[in-house]
Structures are given as C-alpha cells and as structure tokens.
Design a protein around this ligand. Sequence first.
Ligand SMILES: [Zn+2]
Length: 241
Amino acid sequence: MTGISWKSGNISLDIPFSVSGLSTVMLLANPDSCSMVECGDGAASYIYSLYGRKIEKYESLKNVLITHEHLDHAGGLNSLLWLMEVAGRKSELRVITPEGAGGRVHRMASALKDRLHFRVSFIDITRRNRVELDGLVVSSFRTRHRDSTPANRCGDPVPSAGYVIETGGRSILFSGDTGPVKLLDEKCASADLSVIESTWEEPFECDGLHLTVRQAIEYGSLSKDFILVHPLRDREGGIIF
Ligand SMILES: [Zn+2]
C-alpha cells in the first residue's frame, strides 16, 4: 500500500509506503517537529522528496522510532543519516528502539559515526518505558514477533514493541509487527488512531508472527479510527512476492 494520510487538528500522519518484508515508512508531524516511525528502505528518498533543498526542514525531523530490527523496518537508516549529513544537519537525532532490539540499528548508525556532523543518540524505550520528547510523550508495550528464516519459517522470538505517541491532545498507536497480544486490546481502546499491521489474509501456521487482516480490523475497531498497514498483498489482491 502507498500514499495514506491522516489528519486531526494540527497532527498529521503520512504513510508513503508499507509492504510486508519490503519496507514501511511513516511520518508523524505536529507544528513543532516530525517523527519517523519505522525506517525501511526508501526513507531517505521519501524525505528528500518532501524537503528537497530546504535545509531547515531536515532539522525538524527529531526522532526515528523503530519497532524491531528487521530490515523492512530499519534498513533505511543509513541512507537517511547520510541524507541528513549531506543536507547540513547539525542538531541531534534520536533513534528509539525497544529493549534488546537496538543491536543491528546501533551497528548501522555506528558505521557512519565518524562521518556525521550531528549526534545520533539512542533511547532504549522499553527500559525507560515512557519518555517525553519535545512535545511528544512516547510509551511502548511489548509485542510478539519472530525471526522467520528459510530454514525455520516460524523462527525464534525477536525483541519487538509497539508505540503509543501522545501529541497535540491525540493518541496514536503503532502496533509494529506482532501476533495477537492481549495488551493490544487495551492500548487500541484508548487510542484516537491505531496503525495496525495486517500481514496475512488467512491464519498462518506460526503463532506470534503477524496478524491477519481480520484480527487487525478487530483491534483497530476498538480505536476511534484505524489504518491497516504491512500487507502481503497489493490492492488488486495479487501476492507481492
Ligand atoms: Zn518483522
């Protein structure tokens, strides 16, 4: 799916791209700052298409929140950091990951560490649980996800989290990748908008890997509004891979 936008008051969410296994990129903006949620491949191209040569705009992107370290959620970080360097960024960028999920993300950013004129700081949000970041209150909750491989389709559990971002009097939930979890009921019920992964059309053999579209709609319907992301099929119903 491509090109979904949501707006409420002075808060906006744009989702230029989200496909399971390929990439998800989302951008949440309030009048003071922007936060990227998930940083899959294409994040830099998207930001460049928005900001172009307006150098000051790059400073407004303050936070990158990543729900887990799978490449379709984190693989665009290096090129995003380099775009910001080329654009002349000077201010700190915060990269937020759940506890235990920062390893690959930290290594990606470390590869550029000596070449950047701005600081990249890492926040392990699960340990701190709730952080205030320039007008945003970010909290996280544990989700259930797995590392599917060709040898083991169901794979081992991986550290993963969902986020709730409160800003401008609105509460926006991002499920990240997850199988069904009890806490998601409660979290969705108090959200103005829930952005829910909806990978499978039919239940899959693995427990705790992803949600079906039906499950995602059930969770999303608990919120005032919801958006389904991370599909495995395109709008015409064709299998993307
Ligand atoms: Zn994943």
